[in-house]
Design a binder for this molecule. Sequence first.
Ligand SMILES: Cc1ncc(COP(=O)(O)O)c(C=O)c1O
Length: 393
Amino acid sequence: MDLQRLATASRLANIDAFHVMELAKQAAELERAGRHIIHMGIGEPDFTAAEPVVRAAEAAMRRGVTQYTSALGIAPLREAIAGYYKTMYGIDIPARRVVVTAGASAALLLACAVLVEIGAEVLMPDPSYPCNRHFVAAFDGRAKMIPSGPAQRFQLTAQQVETHWGEQTRGVLLASPSNPTGTSILPDELARILKAVRTRQGFAIVDEIYQGLSYDAPPVSALSLDDDVITVNSFSKYFNMTGWRLGWLVVPDELVGAFEKVAQNLFICASAVAQHAALACFSPEALAIYDARKAEFHRRRDAIVPALESLGLRVPVKPDGAFYVYADCRGVNHPSAGDADALTQAMLHDAGVVLVPGQDFGPYTASDYIRISYATSMENIEEAMARLGKFFA
Ligand SMILES: Cc1ncc(COP(=O)(O)O)c(C=O)c1O
């Protein structure tokens, strides 16, 4: 084969593979060899869609509402999502500003397609969700990752936005609560960040995918602070519908046409069955199920944080949302303390527990941290903590 002919585009050089996928492959091999592995690497709820949603999907298939929809999504779902903002945050969002997408992933991709100029710089915290820098790179922008340590809840500050905003900077990409840290940006700081961005005529994309899983205080949407923010959300996490591929954006009125045009071209529409099924997410019956599951995540958070601390995995900022803990591995009793990559390898092979090394989320102090996902049963969490207890003994 003529390899030269099939050379990849140069932008591929800016897109990295996940370290955790390598660990997942090794875990699968160990499982094939008969080992019992506990998966705490994955960022996916262990629950699946609530029963009313499954019934709605079946009914949608029987009714044959399985054809393309409008690129912006079916009208009742856009209205239901707008209604969700009213009940959840007390804010009025017109349904015409809601863009239904194939997950938050497609939402972020669309937002970057619409807003990121070639060569434009987008500020984001380091650590961040790995795909964020790659969404920007996919449109030939440049993610500028700003070191964001525990003193600032692993999130950008307004001061940093002001300091790092350069000639080529066009906007910020934030997530609150964050993956990998489970920490939110405090509302006052978020308001200051949005003001700094607005003063510079930039854009703010705020990923609120984990807001439904906020444990310590009612979540505050960036939309209640600034109407021009582009917010991203999804049915994947709170609604436990990862594989259904459904999410949404709320965009300013004047951008709806641009998002529609790009969505038509890139995706045509989000899954029709998933859209019709998702209408049932907002029924009282489904919301009661989801709230009970959220309470279960909360219970796990409260159990796992002290358990990790007692293993020497210090948690410098208590996560207030999502299902992740970002723990400092420098103080553990192991030769690979402070080398997250080697430590997660050893944890997999010697203890049979999959965790994610900080390296996946950006270079800043990456080897000091590991991400633990508690999107698994309490039984698994207890077993994993017991195994790690022996591993560090
Ligand atoms: C912060 C964040 N944003 C977006 C996504 C993508 O989610 P979706 O399944 O809705 O595409 C994830 C998935 O883990 C995430 O953690």
